[in-house]
Design a protein around this ligand. Structure first.
Ligand code: SF4
Ligand code: SF4
Length: 64
């Protein structure tokens, strides 16, 4: 199974992803939403939720 790292860039601070993240890994800051990678479980809900294409995902290598 592919694994992804999620990052936010170009955020309009709408707050949708903060609501969607069931692991409470996204925090709203002065500069928009930020993902706490230590809490993120790579579920992809924020990626699906962002209507502004501000959540970006990168495929990661390695096994788990
Ligand atoms: S991928 Fe899932 S756990 Fe990670 S920040 Fe997005 S919604 Fe939260
Ligand atoms: S859903 Fe997208 S635009 Fe809205 S706060 Fe999250 S990253 Fe920013």
């Amino acid at each position: 199974m592919k694994k992804y790292v999620y990052e936010i860039a170009g955020c309009t601070a709408c707050g949708d992803c903060v609501e969607e993240c069931r692991f409470k890994a996204i925090e709203m800051t002065d500069k928009g939403a930020v993902i706490d990678q230590a809490k993120c479980r790579s579920c992809g809900m924020c990626y699906e939720a962002c209507a502004h294409s501000a959540v970006h995902r990168k495929e990661t290598q390695g096994s788990s």
